[in-house]
Design a binder for this molecule. Structure first.
Ligand code: NAP
Length: 308
């Protein structure tokens, strides 16, 4: 079994930054990436709010740049799913689908995955009209009407993307007020021919025998039902953290996100968490990268104390 100073789990902006900073501090690093580097950035068409890119940057371009930044550093990268973390500070074992590695510290940067809406038929209709990724599937609905569920930045941003492809976009949100940024809502409201915002409504039924043909939305105040004949339903109702492989001793909040202090330390010495996987207010690429840098610095200090 090979052994390194630090094991970083997850290769989105938080994980790549943590690996970058740790390696530049002289640590040997194992970086586990379940798929390609970039995490959720890869599913984002365009980032408009990442400082330094005033004209915006495509998600895949930023992911490529993040990944390239690790070239030439003492970072071993492996595409394996981590299934278990055990041990203690100075001697953690990270078990994957293919083997095990030991590390003195672990930095968890596994982000979060899309929450399910919970409507009947959602599972079997995934890939038959129901989607969680406009960038991946939007093109299938070119010229057709689609609906987006959710009121956060993801729903609003992806509705703007879909408005370029679909004949019509219904944005269905369970409340009147939106959680997402005003700038996105303004842009959507400026396209009344293309975009209809369906407020205070939930999706209560999916229709179609072999693929999605329509949805029923129900107004939460009046109970009034309305059918929307859409072929695509894009669900953006938040994220759930990916922490199943961690010991139960690592503290989580009520939603399952990892609780850390300001230095990204969890309650278990030697385990740090950074990015969307941890409990925090602001989930952005920039804050994920910032978390990764802080976690790396805190892990480096911890390693020095271990060796002292
Ligand atoms: P989010 O901010 O948690 O919003 C989830 C939305 O889904 C909320 O509007 C919520 O409604 C709604 N919702 C939750 N469960 C629902 C259900 N069962 N049925 C119907 N609606 C439901 O999630 P997100 O939009 O995916 O964003 C996640 C994080 O990434 C946020 O911190 C966000 O700011 C960030 N992000 C930022 C950008 C950007 O800045 N460009 C882009 C994407 C994401 P309520 O509002 O009523 O709770």
């Amino acid at each position: 079994m090979s052994s390194v100073d630090a094991i970083v789990i997850g290769s989105g902006p938080a994980g790549i930054t943590a690996a970058l900073y740790l390696a530049r501090s002289g640590c040997s690093v194992m970086l586990y990436e379940q798929m390609a580097a970039g995490g959720q950035v890869l599913q984002t068409a365009e980032l408009e709010n990442y400082p330094g890119f005033p004209k915006g940057i495509k998600g895949y371009e930023l992911a490529d740049l993040l990944s390239a930044h690790l070239e030439g550093l003492n970072v071993t990268r492996s595409s394996e799913a981590v299934v278990e973390v055990s041990g203690h500070a100075g001697a953690f074992t990270v078990k994957t689908s293919k083997g095990s590695v030991t590390g003195k510290v672990v930095v968890v940067c596994t982000g979060a995955h899309h929450r399910r809406l919970g409507v009947t038929g959602e599972s079997w209709m995934q890939g038959k009209g129901v989607s969680y990724c406009a960038l991946c599937d939007g093109n299938f609905f070119r010229g057709q009407p689609v609906a987006v569920v959710g009121g956060g930045n993801s729903a609003l941003e992806e509705s703007l993307y879909l408005a370029k492809l679909a004949s019509k976009v219904y944005v269905i949100h369970r409340r009147d007020a939106f959680r997402g940024a005003r700038i996105y809502l303004d842009k959507l409201e400026a396209m009344p021919d293309k975009v209809e915002i369906v407020r205070s409504s939930t999706v209560t039924a999916l229709h179609g025998d072999n693929a999605l043909e329509g949805v029923t939305v129900t107004n939460v105040n009046t109970g009034e039902e309305r059918r929307l004949d859409v072929q695509g339903l894009f669900i953006y109702v938040g994220f759930e953290p990916g922490t199943a492989f961690l010991p139960a001793a690592v503290e989580r909040d009520a939603q399952g996100f990892i609780v850390t202090d300001a230095e990204m330390r969890t309650n278990v010495p030697g385990i740090f968490a950074a990015g969307d996987v941890r409990a925090k207010l602001c989930r952005q690429v920039i804050t994920a990268a910032g978390d990764g840098a802080t976690a790396a610095q805190a892990a480096f200090v911890f390693l020095e104390q271990l060796h002292a």
